[in-house]
Design a protein around this ligand. Structure first.
Ligand SMILES: Cc1cc2nc3c(=O)[nH]c(=O)nc-3n(C[C@H](O)[C@H](O)[C@H](O)COP(=O)(O)OP(=O)(O)OC[C@H]3O[C@@H](n4cnc5c(N)ncnc54)[C@H](O)[C@@H]3O)c2cc1C
Length: 376
């Protein structure tokens, strides 16, 4: 299939699905091209849920995107009830740490509603976490989790309803000239004015300017069975991150009443794609699962430590772990929205919207996420 439309979006995953929706809703003619199927399990959409935190350690440059995402996730709930569940987000940190200071400062600067729990309060209110005396908690009252496949599929459906064309093919190359861009698949070529490349971990295969500053990584996700499901239901167990001593992990409550997600114990590793550029075969390893078992046994009350489910998902990490939202060619025809470095989903709706607005000239690029920063 091929043809002429004004814009194309390559990759209809986390960010691309929302870019497509924004362009279509603004009345533009646009095609979305997806290689693996919408909301597929070989992309960063896999694994059911992602954490949303508003009280954010990673830096003030994310604030506006996080605020806009909160509005858009609220809208998503009106269309697909329960796609964003605000069960709270608990950050567990050492009381005397840079992280504790940063969270307090961030909360005050931006007026984010949160509760600071001292060590006794943390252990009393959240006995599921086996915390030591030096650990404290920050409960972000706006935080929670997003159901990844639900919101991505809905965004693509909304885009179709607004007139977008959606094709399921692998994009083989994206090139630009002064006059426009060409998007090539095995089935044909799309001639467009401009294109968003949001191909996640595979974006560097299409764009040299992205490849130079990024690396695909594999992230292991694991689920554990709760002995008492009510203790790990969203009502009693907020999503969490824990960065203390030997504990590096994050997770989400049980969606099915039993299986609690605890991940991030094994740090992300480089990921290699197979010939042809889409598949990867590096599933969970026995030694990684053993590490997870030991960490879960030491960190939680009432979870069976042997994972009942595990999977590896890809993401694209930039050299400084910051996002890439920038033109990737000298003709300003190819906009890269990628390199979300393990933290993009919570604001992917706002990222896609932003990419669409830059493409159509309604918004300026965000300097914090420009490619030129890597050359300084
Ligand atoms: C295990 C794990 C846990 C995470 N936890 C969190 C969290 O709790 N909170 C958070 O905010 N973030 C989290 N992240 C990060 C977040 O999920 C990612 O940063 C974000 O989803 C990446 O979005 P993306 O649009 O760049 O990529 P993707 O969502 O992977 O989308 C890329 C799409 O492009 C398609 N594609 C690729 N190549 C081509 C091609 N050549 N032609 C056509 N289509 C193509 C793919 O099939 C895919 O659909 C996590 C990531 C992982 C992997």
């Amino acid at each position: 299939m091929s043809g002429h439309v004004t814009y194309a979006v390559v990759g209809l995953g986390s960010a691309g699905s929302f870019a497509l929706r924004s362009l279509a809703r603004a009345g533009h003619s646009v095609v979305g091209i997806e290689a693996g199927g919408v909301a597929n399990d070989r992309s960063a959409v896999g694994g059911d849920t992602r954490l949303y935190r508003r009280l954010y350690l990673e830096g003030p440059e994310y604030h506006d995107l996080l605020e806009r995402a909160l509005e858009l996730w609220g809208d998503a709930n009106r269309t697909s009830p329960d796609s964003f569940v605000q069960c709270g987000a608990l950050s567990i940190v050492e009381a005397a740490s840079e992280a504790a200071d940063t969270l307090s400062r961030y909360g005050e600067r931006f007026g984010i509603p949160y509760r600071r729990l001292d060590g006794d309060e943390l252990r009393r209110e959240y006995p599921q976490h086996l915390c030591g005396p030096s650990e404290i908690g920050f409960l972000d009252l706006s935080g929670g989790f997003v159901r990844t496949d639900v919101v991505v599929r809905q965004a693509v459906e909304d885009a179709r309803t607004a007139g977008a064309e959606v094709v399921e093919e692998q994009v083989l190359s994206v090139e630009s000239t002064e006059a426009g861009a060409q998007v090539v698949t095995a089935a044909g070529t799309w001639q467009v004015e401009k294109v968003v490349v949001a191909a996640g971990a595979r974006s560097g295969m299409l764009l040299e300017a992205v490849r130079r500053h990024t690396e695909p990584r594999r992230l292991l996700m694991t689920w554990f069975q709760a002995q008492e499901p009510v203790a790990y239901a969203p009502r009693s167990f907020p999503v969490f991150t824990r960065e203390t001593g030997d504990h590096h992990m994050y997770g989400a409550p049980a969606l099915d009443g039993r299986h609690v997600k605890v991940s991030g114990i094994v740090s992300h590793q480089p990921l290699e794609f197979e010939a042809g550029g889409y598949d990867y075969g590096q599933g969970p390893k026995q030694e990684e699962l053993r590490t997870c078992e030991a960490a879960v046994a030491a960190s939680f009350a009432g979870l069976h430590p042997v994972p009942v489910r595990s999977a590896v998902y890809p993401d694209l990490y930039s050299a400084d772990r910051g996002f890439i939202l920038d033109w990737a060619d000298r003709h300003t025809r190819i906009f890269a929205a990628t390199g979300f470095s393990g933290k993009g989903f919570k604001m992917c709706c706002a990222l896609g919207e932003h990419a669409a607005q830059v493409l159509s000239g309604e918004a300026a690029r965000l300097p914090a996420f420009a490619l030129s920063r890597f050359d300084r």
